[in-house]
Structures are given as structure tokens and as C-alpha cells.
Ligand binder design. Structure first.
Ligand SMILES: [Zn+2]
Length: 449
């Protein structure tokens, strides 16, 4: 029996000075320091002992875009970043729209994933939706996006925004009991808004950031209003990606109050990479969504009060070549930015600096995604749960560098940023996958969650 001794354990009931016993891949108990049991002692004196992050929004790029990333490189970063379960996304080649393509992706995770996994297929082919539910998936995804001027990251087959199509997908998914993840985007409004920028020759990261944030984020808000109303009309549980506007936080707060089954997520770039100075300094490498200060504060309020209930990385790596073009032609650049290796430490750092409580960070990163996405064995350090455990040092400032990036792309938008919390060790079902600065987990250790 393994004993993680001397740490502060963060549970749904609060912080405990207790030791964690692990046996057979599960948490056998939380015991006081005096109780003597356990032969293999892991010293966590002065450390935080936390549940591993359950990250429901991860782009592994495999199959189809493995020059950017693959499942092995993604899950190496996960292990290093304290993420013990990932859910992949369907914008692959081929896109995950059928039971056959889903089976192929699940086999790839089984072969090489270091951490536990699942996959969110697209729900665009509704005749495939019931078959895919039987394959153990937890959620479906759709993008209300048609890319302008590029073929990625939202390839054909994964995007739909017609309201009838959305309701048809929701009716079909509601019958499976799964959750529907939606990237909200009002394509008709965006066609008009970005058309005006492109016609006037404005194609910089700044123009792009302004287009997406235009009129206080109208393209996000109208899409979210539609999704919430259709969720209410269909009874389909929905999950909104990319929360970043004032009105959308308010809309979700009101929808929850009237009983709509909606969850929503904040992604790594919102709290840490969305200021105007990031758009200016990092350009295409920052994403580039600009969240004005009042909107960012509203999103933080939503994170603090539970309206925004999930933290998910939206890890979205692209090569430097795919990014560089964005300095002058941002609408041709692939958007998205890598983040799974650093999101949990940065959130924990925000907690230690008083922006949010440690308990809320753990709820958003682990407890709520596990509960809302049907993983009762994950998400909390409680007896009987999987021993998905992170030991983090709350007093170990370190600086993020490109040299330490485990992503295939070899860069991070956080290079130069100092973080006060460091992930020391990560365990998946009781097996160490990261420790002493090294990924030690074996490809294929991961299981479908
Ligand atoms: Zn995404």
C-alpha cells in the first residue's frame, strides 16, 4: 500500500492535514498522521495533494495533423501539467464523425496515451450518434464555425450553425443522456463583421482580435443565447466552450437559475493571455482573442461564484510556420495555442495569489468535469475513487521556457512567465507518470474513462 504522507489534501469538503492511502490503483483512505500503515511512503511534506485535472477539451491532432502534435506528445504534457484524464476533440483528418473513425481514434489512445482519456466525436451525422454513445464516449462536439480563408482548425464535417441542425443534434443527443459541447459562434454576424475588416485590408492580429470582440463580443453572445434556448427546448445537456464575455456569463447564470442543464468552461488563454498587450506582443501566438478588462473581470466573477464551473485547457498547438503568417494575414493563420502543460499550475498560482480559492480551482479542474461528464470514479480524493493524484509544491517559483515545452511545436505563449506553484509528481490510477522533472509514464498506460 502506498502512503502519500505529510501533505495538505484538497477534497470537496475542504483542506485536510491527512495522508492518502493508495491500493490497487484506488484511494484506500485518508488517514491522520498518527495512523501507521502503508509500506511505500511518498513524502509530500509541505506540499499540496490534489486530484488530477480532468481536461475535457484537448486537441491531440492525431490522426491527420501529427506534424503539430500527437496523442503521446499531448499526454506527456498532460502528465507534466497534472492532468490525469483528457478528452480529445473531433477536428482531425478524418474528422471524428462516425463510429468507424471514433473506433480508430480510441485505438490510438489505447496504444499510446500515458493518461486516461476519452474522445468527443462530432454530432453532425446524427445517424451515427446512438452508435457512438454505445462506445463509451461522454460527450459530443460541434463548432458553430465556418473558417474564413483557411481549411483548419475547423474542417468540414465538424461545423454546423443552422438552428434546425443544432436542434436536430440536440434531440438526438438528449436520447443518449450524453452532454453536447458547443463552440458558440454566430457565423452570420461574423461573415458581416470580418468582411468589413478584410474589405478594408485590415488583416492583422489586432484587427482579428477586435473583430472577435466587436460590440462587446456580440458573435459569442447571440450564439450562446441560441444554444441555451435550444437546450431548454430539447432537454439536451449542453456545455459551452470559450467563455469570455460579460453578457454570456450573465446568460448562463440566468439559464442555470431556471433549471437548464448547462455547464461552461474557461480556457487557459482567458485568464492568462487575453489582454491587449498579449495581442500586441504575441500576435498570432496569443490566439488571438482579446478579452477587455471588464469582461475578464466578469468571467473571473463567474469562475468564483460557480457560474463558470469547468476549467479546460483547449490545448491547441500549431507550428511556428502556421503562426508566423498571422502577423500580416491573421485570417490565414491557424488559431489556437498550446496550454495543457501549464494551465493547472497557473490556476493554482492564481489561487495562491488570492484571485480565487484553491477549492474553486480544484472543483473547476477536477470535481465538476468528472461529475458532469459521467466519471464518478474521477475528480476527487475520496475513498474508492481512482488514485489520480497530483503533488504540487506551493512554494517553488519557476519560470516557463520554450526549452521545457514537451509539445511537438516547441514553443509556449507563456515563455518568460513565472509561476509560484510547481507540479512535482503526477499519478494515474496509483502509477507515477511524472516525477522529478521527468515523464515516467508508459505509452498505453491510459485507459478509456
Ligand atoms: Zn478547441
Amino acid at each position: 500500500m502506498m502512503r502519500i504522507a505529510g501533505g495538505t489534501v484538497v477534497t470537496p469538503a475542504g483542506r485536510l492535514d491527512a495522508d492518502v492511502l493508495v491500493s490497487g490503483g484506488r484511494i484506500a483512505g485518508l488517514v491522520s498522521r498518527e495512523v501507521e500503515t502503508g509500506d511505500q511512503v511518498v513524502d509530500a511534506t509541505g506540499k499540496l495533494v490534489l486530484p488530477g485535472m480532468v481536461d475535457v477539451h484537448v486537441h491531440t491532432r492525431e490522426p491527420g495533423f501529427t506534424h503539430k502534435e500527437d496523442i503521446l506528445t499531448t499526454t506527456r504534457q498532460a502528465a507534466a501539467g497534472g492532468v490525469t484524464t483528457i478528452f480529445g476533440m473531433p477536428n482531425l483528418d478524418p474528422p471524428t464523425t462516425t463510429a468507424e473513425t471514433l473506433q480508430d481514434v480510441l485505438s490510438r489512445y489505447a496504444a499510446t496515451s500515458i493518461v486516461d482519456y476519452n474522445h468527443n466525436p462530432a454530432a453532425t451525422l446524427t445517424d451515427q450518434v446512438p452508435k457512438m454513445a454505445e462506445m463509451g464516449i461522454r460527450a459530443y462536439k460541434v463548432y458553430m464555425v465556418v473558417d474564413t480563408g483557411r481549411t483548419y482548425p475547423h474542417p468540414a464535417g465538424t461545423g454546423m450553425h443552422d438552428h434546425g441542425d443544432l436542434l436536430r443534434m440536440m434531440d438526438t443527443i438528449a436520447a443518449t443522456g450524453k452532454r453536447f459541447i458547443v463552440h458558440p459562434h454566430d457565423q452570420a454576424l461574423m461573415d458581416y463583421i470580418e468582411g468589413r475588416y478584410l474589405e478594408s485590408g485590415e488583416n492583422t492580429p489586432q484587427a482579428y482580435a477586435q473583430a472577435y470582440a466587436e460590440r462587446e463580443g456580440v458573435i459569442w453572445d447571440t450564439a450562446i443565447d441560441v444554444v441555451l434556448r435550444l437546450a431548454e427546448a430539447s432537454g439536451c445537456p449542453v456545455h459551452l466552450a470559450h467563455m469570455q464575455t460579460r453578457r454570456s456569463v450573465d446568460a448562463v447564470r440566468r439559464a442555470k437559475a431556471r433549471g437548464v442543464d448547462v455547464t461552461c468552461e474557461v480556457n487557459h488563454w482567458m485568464p492568462f493571455l487575453s489582454r491587449w498587450e498579449h495581442v500586441e506582443r504575441l500576435g498570432p501566438y496569443a490566439l488571438s482573442y482579446w478579452v477587455p478588462d471588464d469582461a475578464r473581470e466578469a468571467v473571473w466573477d463567474g469562475m468564483r461564484d460557480g457560474t463558470i464551473d469547468i476549467a479546460a485547457s483547449d490545448h491547441a498547438p500549431h507550428t511556428r510556420e502556421e503562426k508566423e503568417i498571422g502577423w500580416t494575414r491573421m485570417w490565414s493563420s491557424h488559431t489556437g495555442t498550446p496550454g495543457i502543460q501549464y494551465f493547472y499550475p497557473l490556476l493554482l498560482n492564481a489561487a495562491l495569489s488570492g484571485q480565487i480559492t484553491l477549492e474553486r480551482v480544484v472543483e473547476m479542474a477536477a470535481e465538476v468535469p468528472a461529475r458532469k461528464f459521467g466519471l464518478p470514479q474521477k475528480g476527487a480524493l475520496l475513498p474508492g475513487r481512482d488514485a489520480d493524484i497530483v503533488i504540487a509544491d506551493p512554494d517553488a517559483p519557476w519560470t516557463i521556457t520554450d526549452a521545457d515545452v514537451l509539445s511537438r511545436v516547441g514553443w509556449t505563449p507563456y515563455a518568460g512567465v513565472t509561476c509560484g506553484v510547481r507540479v512535482d509528481r503526477t499519478f494515474v490510477r496509483g502509477v507515477e507518470v511524472y516525477g522529478e522533472g521527468q515523464v515516467v509514464g508508459h505509452p498505453g498506460h491510459g485507459q478509456q474513462a
